[in-house]
Design a protein around this ligand. Structure first.
Ligand SMILES: C[S@@+](CC[C@H](N)C(=O)[O-])C[C@H]1O[C@@H](n2cnc3c(N)ncnc32)[C@H](O)[C@@H]1O
Length: 300
């Protein structure tokens, strides 16, 4: 049922309510929080619909032929690794695909034998549950704030920010032009363009934007997409340019882990890490280990 049809039904229902009770009912609809769960479910449904649309336009591993560096990096991993995008596939959907034989959790150690070992899975997107945690538990009220997602890929953070937050501007920066096109199609279809914008750009060219950013999201942006020397250059740029005092930085994994791997020193006095309460249950898809990878910092 669309909004116009629902309004008609509601009017018909209100006509049946005794006149002395109508005011009470309208007040309840407007002010009670007993209907909030409907909104929440609706947000999840919107994100699921977007995921359905994206799955229809992408191969099962949700990686594009144009991502040559990323394909190469995956092949270089010590253990066979496959990409399963958590925004597109829930654990339940993943189980179904395994049962159908379309996906496997194991690989064969010597062909034809029963000696198998678990594959390593990575996701290049936040899951819907992680997005809910990000916007409803981790970040403060974002009214009037600008949020930038570095490497917005499928746009999961932008859509999550649209349905779960009041941020006035949600901006995605993405190097891969095919993903920019895909995100713009979704933004257009779901009419998110009043608050969402996607730029085809390398973050390292966005000094002016970073200067005015209130929240910067960096979900494992560089590791799988750039050579080490380029990653070092990009982190140095972020530490130099993202300087607005009080702004928030969200990273996966921790800054410590990303920078140590590259032997880059965290600039003293740049950020402080803020405590996060990870002890939340957001439904059966909650993965406490994945939530613990999400870190929050404030610019000093
Ligand atoms: C792990 S994905 C992040 C997905 C998304 N932010 C999320 O959390 O769902 C990283 C993305 O960053 C993009 N990327 C890598 N380096 C970048 C750069 N220097 N500037 C802009 N985008 C970049 C990659 O093309 C890739 O799509």
């Amino acid at each position: 049922m669309n909004c116009v049809e629902a309004k008609l039904e509601l009017q018909q229902l209100l006509n049946k309510v005794s006149p002395s009770e109508v005011r009470k009912l309208l007040d309840w609809i407007k002010n009670s929080d007993e209907l909030d769960h409907l909104l929440l479910d609706n947000n999840k449904v919107i994100l699921q619909n977007i995921a359905d649309d994206l799955r229809a336009r992408l191969p099962p591993d949700a990686m594009l032929p144009s991502e040559t560096a990323a394909h190469h990096k995956m092949q270089q991993r010590a253990r066979p690794t496959v990409h399963v995008d958590s925004f597109l596939y829930s654990d339940e959907q993943m189980d179904t695909l395994c049962e159908e034989g379309a996906m496997s959790r194991n690989y064969c150690l010597s062909c034809g034998s029963f000696r198998t070992a678990p594959l390593e899975f990575i996701s290049h997107s936040f899951s819907a549950t992680e997005l809910q945690f990000l916007f409803q538990n981790l970040l403060p009220d974002l009214s009037g704030r600008t949020l930038v997602d570095v490497g917005s890929r499928l746009g999961a953070v932008l859509y999550g920010g649209y349905v779960y937050s009041s941020a006035s501007r949600l901006l995605g920066l993405e190097l891969n032009e095919d993903f920019v096109r895909l995100q713009n199609d979704i933004v257009h279809k779901y009419k998110f363009s009043d608050r969402v914008q996607v730029l085809h750009a390398d973050v390292c060219t966005q000094e002016v934007l970073l200067n005015s950013t209130d929240v910067l999201i960096m979900n494992n942006v560089f590791e799988y997409f750039m050579e080490s020397s380029e990653q070092v250059r990009a982190w140095m740029f972020i530490m130099k340019s993202f300087r607005k005092r009080g702004s928030l930085l969200v990273t996966v994994p921790s800054l410590h882990e990303s920078l140590n791997a590259l032997q880059v020193v965290l600039q003293p006095g740049w950020v402080e890490e803020l405590p996060v309460d990870y002890d939340v249950y957001l439904g059966k898809d909650t993965d406490p280990e994945a939530l613990r990878q999400i870190h929050l910092y404030r610019i000093l």
